[in-house]
Structure formats: C-alpha cells, structure tokens
Design a protein around this ligand. Structure first.
Ligand code: FES
Ligand code: FES
Length: 235
C-alpha cells in the first residue's frame, strides 16, 4: 500500500547517508574491577547421586538444576517425564530415601547422599515389576506419558499400605494427571497387584510379607506449589 511505499522510500534515501555519517565505533573502556569478584549467578557444583543402587557422578552442574533435569539430561534416565515442571502432574515422580517426590521440584544437589529410585529401578531381574505389568494388562497405558509416574506412585502406595481401599488408592493417585483419562485402568491395576501379591504370599505360607509401615506418601496436593487453601488439600 502507499504507506509502506513512503516508508521504504524514506528508508532507502536515508540509509547511505547514515552509513557515511556513522562515526567510527569506539569501545568504551571497562571500569577497573574493584575488590573481589562477585559470586557467579550460576554457581556450578559437582556431586554424586546414588540412583537405583548405582553411584552416578554429576560434574559442573548448575546448583539449581532439578533432580528431574539431572536424571534426564545428564544421566540419561528419561523414564521420569517432564509434564509440567511445577509439581502439578506427577509424571516426574521418583522416590528419594523411600519418599515419593515430584523430582521437578527437588534441586538435584540436595539429594546427593540419598537413595534415589526411579522407574528404571522398578524392574526385578530385568523384568517389569508386577505393578508395571498390571498397568499394561489393565489398559491403563494409552499414550503412556503418565505411566512412569503412576508406577512410582503405586509402588510407593503399596509399600506403605498392602491393601489400600479404593478411596486410599484414589487419594494416592490424585497427584498423577492422565490426559488420556486412564484412571479406571490404574485402579484395576492396583487391585490386580494386591490380589497377585496376596496369592503369592498364601502360596509360600508367609502371610503378610512384612509389617505394614506407616504410610509415607505425601497427602493429596502436597506436591503442589500452590497451597489449596479452600480445602486444606484434602478434597
Ligand atoms: S513435571 Fe513434576 S509434577 Fe509435573
Ligand atoms: S496414558 Fe496418556 S497421559 Fe496417561
């Protein structure tokens, strides 16, 4: 249109003149530094994580990197998924010293010296765990993105509570979002695992394999960065 033509013409007319008139660039001298150098805004750290029973050194990592980032990008353990990076979806769930955490919210350096267990560590003798098999058998896996986090949550639930009610299972799973609406399959999978473990225990006559521990999984909504003021996180 005409407006564009006018602008173009003026720009063309000015451009050579501006180049001719440009003074030689001068680099201003940097002010001499005074006192000791300020600490870097991105301090690096080297530390060793203990992941699935193996020492995994991490070198020159930014001190603020999340456990999720370090697992995936530095250690090649891509099982934990980055669904939201803010503690809302559960796709990144791992255990740190037996406690379920959203690894996207945990600075990796703070877990040096702890036992980190990821979905890669659930397999038994190279075979998927009973929970992983049940999730597949019960049709819980659609796109699969949420499943590593679901598997970690279900393992964590059943470690603390060998026979959760459906309500207890739903509460444990309420921090795991599935965009494919696969929750029914996960509930069925939990029941299948409970039945399978009880049958195995009866076969060996060992009854309860161990004394139930005090459940340690976080309460509903506890992984959230936003406080659920209106319901105290218990809705
Ligand atoms: S990626 Fe950590 S909770 Fe969503
Ligand atoms: S199976 Fe797709 S997000 Fe759960």
């Amino acid at each position: 249109g005409p407006a564009v033509d006018v602008v173009d013409t003026e720009a063309d007319a000015r451009a050579p003149e501006a180049e001719d008139a440009a003074p030689p660039a001068e680099v201003p001298e940097a002010p001499a530094p005074e006192g000791p150098p300020l600490p870097s805004e991105h301090p690096a750290a080297s530390y060793t994580l203990h992941v699935n029973g193996v020492d995994r050194p991490v070198t020159d990592a930014w001190i603020g990197e999340s456990l999720l980032y370090v697992l995936r990008e530095r250690l090649g353990l891509a099982g934990a998924k980055d669904g939201c990076s803010q503690g809302e979806c559960g796709a990144c769930n791992v255990q740190v010293d037996g406690r379920l955490v959203a690894s996207c919210l945990v600075p990796a350096a703070t877990t040096a010296g702890s036992e980190v267990r990821t979905v890669e560590g659930l397999a038994v003798d190279g075979e998927p765990s009973d929970v992983q098999r049940a999730l597949a058998d019960c049709g819980a896996v659609q796109c699969g993105f949420c499943i590593p986090g679901m598997a970690m949550t279900v393992h964590d639930l059943l470690e603390g509570n060998h026979r959760p009610s459906e309500l207890e299972t739903r509460r444990a799973l309420c921090g795991n979002l599935c965009r494919c609406s696969g929750y029914r399959g996960v509930l069925d999978a939990v029941n299948e695992v409970i039945a399978g473990r009880e049958a195995a225990a009866e076969e060996t006559g060992s009854g309860e394999p161990e004394e139930p521990r005090i459940p340690h999984q976080a309460g509903p909504g506890a992984g959230s960065v936003q406080a659920h003021q209106q319901d105290g996180g218990m809705a």
